[in-house]
Ligand binder design. Sequence first.
Ligand SMILES: Cc1ncc(COP(=O)(O)O)c(C=O)c1O
Length: 485
Amino acid sequence: MDYQFLFDQHKATQSGAKQSQQRDLYHCLRDAILRGPLKAGMQLPGSRSLAAELKVSRNTVLYAYEQLITEGLLLSAGRCTLVAANLSTLVSSSVDANIIKPRQLSARAQLTPWPADPQGVFTAFVPGVPALAHFPIAIWRRCLERVWRKINFQQLDYGNTAGEPILRAAIAEHLTSTRGVVCSAEQILITDGTQQSLGICAHALASAGDIVWIENPGYGGAFQSFKAAELQVQGIKVDAEGIAPTKKDWEQSTPKLIYTTPSHQFPLGSVMSIERRISLIESAKQYAALIIEDDYDSEFRRDGPPLPAMQGLIADAPVIYLGTFSKTLFPALRIGYMVVPKGLVEPFAGMLALGHLRGRSADQLALAEFLRAGHFANHLKKMRRLYAVRRDALVTAINKHLADVAVIYGGSSGIHLTIALPEALNDVSISKAALAQGVYTQPLSKLATGSVLCNGLMLGYAQVPEEQMEENVILLAQVIEANKK
Ligand SMILES: Cc1ncc(COP(=O)(O)O)c(C=O)c1O
């Protein structure tokens, strides 16, 4: 056996961090036993002679041999070292440990259209990401430092299932005073963001096969969560007043759950009228359905204060209210919350305890401090002003460069707007071509469920400085022009 060749070949195939000689030799021999050419019963050279052949120290060889003996891959028989069982025949040569083939995924996962993350860092026009460059990092750091100075060892344990009581109280206070939510701190359950809240709602409130309505077009994250819980997802069309189910929808495909974004419809931007809200709540009561109200970015409404949440509109409205700090602060924080009816607090907390161990108390305590000290309200005030300027710049640029093809939807709230495009233009192709030019856009047709046809682009403007807005729109206009041909 040419051990020098084996060792050189092994080292040549290694990428990543450099390892010690001992680890290199150990891995080399281990691979040779598991995948060949070292076969059961073969005798390895003595440690001195192998060390001389490989020009390494004898300790390096002794380390590798001892490690492999401990793992049962080598045997020490008197003064000889032998390969143990015929392990290479047990390891299928066709298995590449680095590749999990799609067919090995569950049927559920294979049905999921995994979106590829765009390569690179984009600011224009990524939807759903706030102006991260304007987040007050220094203030946040001080809140964290204050918490860590006072933290005790008990707070390093698994956290309270429902979240830190002080944060739940601060959120309840904020929601009551700014969003018209009627709740006590006990009804607030902290989660890792809306995505987790949706998963918990789907699993806790519906069984596999139950019908859930989502807005059409609607939020892909909700679609994924409901599909993952094996619910029957039905898209319900959206009009200028929000989700618009017909009598036939209620009677022929009565939902268990209704997912909606009433304060700022995702993605089209309509605000649900008060009549529609009341009618949805009353029908949900009549048909024993629960409404999941995703209030993801209503804090940034410009045409007056945000409409109060559906949750507090009518006493005992069958509504689970979901909120997140991903848009108001930053997505990496991964803190969101659910406001659940009193009767559901215990079962929900029980479910959280089983499947979602809480932790990161320090982040939660720092957030409570950030809210209580008024930093949150200040930040929102600043961002509301900034986003208004950026939205206006985007609308002006669209009117100047895209008026012949684009119709603007939304923009009165949140951090994105949408443009509808004529049918002759393919939003997916345009989105791909724009990405190649460094501009990210979300094609609307990808957010449709079933038969609703929509063609256009979602444009997130929160991260685009006013002075860069026009150049990005010009780029988009050029891509659209090229796609007309
Ligand atoms: C409609 C909607 N809901 C919720 C969220 C936020 O989800 P999370 O709290 O998981 O970041 C987003 C993020 O893009 C969203 O677009």
